[in-house]
Design a protein around this ligand. Sequence first.
Ligand code: SF4
Length: 882
Amino acid sequence: MTTTRTTCPYCGVGCGILATPQPDGTVAIAGDPEHPANHGRLCSKGMALGETLSLDDRLLTPEIGGLPVDWEAALARVAQGFSEAIRDHGPDAVAFYVSGQLLTEDYYVANKLMKGFIGSANIDTNSRLCMASSVAGHRRAFGSDTVPGTYEDLEQADLVVLVGSNLAWCHPVLFQRLLAAREARGTRIVVVDPRRTATAEAADLHLALAPDSDVALFAGLLKALADRGLADTAFRRAHTSGAAAAISLATPCDEAFVAARTGLVAADVRRFFELFAGHERVVTVYSQGVNQSAQGTDKVNAILNCHLVTGRIGRPGMGPFSVTGQPNAMGGREVGGLANMLAAHMAIDDPAARERVQRFWRAPTIASRPGLKAVDLFEAVLSGQIKALWIMGTNPAVSMPDAARVRAALAACPFVVVSEAVRDTDTARHAHVLLPAATWGEKDGTVTNSERRISRQRAFLPLPGAARPDWAILAEVARRMGFHGFDYAGPAAVHAEHADLSGFENNGLRDFDISALARLDADAYDQLAPVQWPCPAGAARVQTRFFADGRFYTDDHRARLIPTAPAMPGRSGLRLNTGRLRDQWHTMTRTGKTPRLMAHHPEPVCVLHPDDAKTAGISDGSLLIVDSGQGRAILRAGLDPGQRRGSVFAPMHWSDRFAGASRINAVTRGVTDPVSGQPALKGADCTVRSYPARWHAFAVSAERPVSIDGYWAMAPVKGGYRIDYAGISKVKDWQTEAARLLGVPAQAEWISLHDAATGLMRLAAFSGDRCLAALFVAPRPPDLARGVIDAALTQDWPGTARYRLLAGRGGADRPDEGALVCACQSVGINRISAAIAAGHRTVAAVGAACGAGTGCGSCRGQIADIIRNTQENARRILSRSA
Ligand code: SF4
């Protein structure tokens, strides 16, 4: 058994992983104790990676029009489709939509092909949905897209401010590092977030501000710093410009104004200002809550202003810190994967940079202007401007705002190519050509995490079927389009060229310089240890932070403070906030394969404040419709007093593969930030109302259940699937319907219980002692021990024991875990409650008693919360999410 060092494919923390294939075909996963990002820690998603490697859902051969073909035919068809579109309509008639899941080498070749050889900048990435506002804010302030700090800064800070970031669930290992530092040195934590998230539960101060009032808060902070004499620093005078104008625009933002605009208590506003003013070592972490807004770039600059004016940047324990959602969002930024960038952090609107890159690539052309950003790109597809579109490693039919419009665009596009690892995604259904791509564990390359650390992703499994790495597919198509410069021997050669370009005519003029890696041969590349940039050739690798010296990448090397004006007060009515759950990743194509990750939230939820629920006549656990007028989704209601009144939260993950009519991006709108082009995915107006179901059902089935016209949500369990249904149409014969929905064969043996007075119907089908399916129907969502029923498919039910299944309850021999809290150890709320009732009143004691919280630690905040609260509140706690 050989252990391979690689990197987690999920979030931007970029944890190192040890992957060890086992003789039985499984892969053992452990955190890499030598990786500087995680020092051996992993979160629940990372720990479960070994459960996501099955090939049952994989795309393993190229397809044209739904029929398998060989690679030669597929590559020729792609090259022909793009060449003809360019010949007939020009280079701007084609586009690539790529992904932060791609490795840097894949990204580099895609960007080179589009910008240097096709001659268009119509390549954009799903990272546009994640952190484009941070890129734009960085470039406005620093003259470069530079993240100044490192993860160590969170451990060395005295105050950490988390803005629009549920770090506990979205970057769990970094959050664990922060909590460990707090334990050691008493770090103060402030959370700025409209929702009381798991992160907010751990904060010393939670500022539950009104949505999109962040600029008012940070403009008020800038004024408060100026009023306290903290803005007139030597750093400001020597190394920044624009401070006077920024402070002047912030003058009206006194505490009363900020309190009124944000909806916060004035005393909390003052306390935040005092905390920030009183701690020099302050790190401000921000992510999607800041970026995914129509004022996203202004929010970023309002934060950067406060650090620049005080000179709190680039030194240990201080600085602004954008954390990326995706594993290689930073790598995409490095190669120029955004439509408004060129390559190696060079600007596409700089003629000298364009000439330099074209010369380096020996390219026949170079894109002369920025291309279409994601929302505009799909609008151009819908309008017919784009004739050929290649989507790589992403699922825009689910993840883009106004997703129904994106589907219409894909359906209307004359030529759609999709490179995918998964055979059936909502986007792949629109492809004319499907190309089987290698995925995590099979491909080789590099990723860059949020602290600029480049790590290797290494293959530890053979390429399955005909799957190929993305960079190789792109290079083959480029060659068939008649282009030279794509004859790479392997990913090491691609990376060497990328590194070489970063240092090409750089001379310290650009932040991104990894030219020290340009001479790595294949062996050295294979052995490459995690390395933080910059790492210019010939220089000792000592610099890990930027800007302590006050030298920025603007023309005069001064940072710019950008005057930011608070947005007008929010609209009345409900506001939809979307985000992530602890145990899920994007559209669930990978995390949706593991029963224990799905157990945390098996259904798409909508969290709302009890007062808003009461107004709408919605009860906890019922079904509701969230509707923006443009689109609607049916979701399970979760009531939470920690949800801000006037806003609802729904996760972004569910696609048509896992639920019916539950895609939340059918509801969101394509409104974007005017500077960054990032969609305001947290800003749709909406209404909520009850879903008028006539009946509700819960089922388990050994066969994959079929969908219905009403509500359904499916998740894998051991031995099969679990599914929730709700419908409006009357069902005449439930046994016939159950057999149809759950694929029960005619020869199965059925048992049933029916209570005509209450409308309860319970059925189970068996083959011998083995349960094939069970269905529980009721006029309201059935009250059941679902964990016990989930396990029914892998247990024996001899004789009359099978009637206990219909009871839907646990027992001494079949304990009911209740809702899952700890995914690593599969411990539910009931076992934790029992441990608390037995006198274990600390997280450590509960862990020692039942194992909960002893794995990755992501659930320790929830366990602490459960200890603090009563079990009656557990459902509320569990409904919180990113
Ligand atoms: Fe992966 Fe979790 Fe680490 Fe993120 S925090 S990189 S999801 S193990």
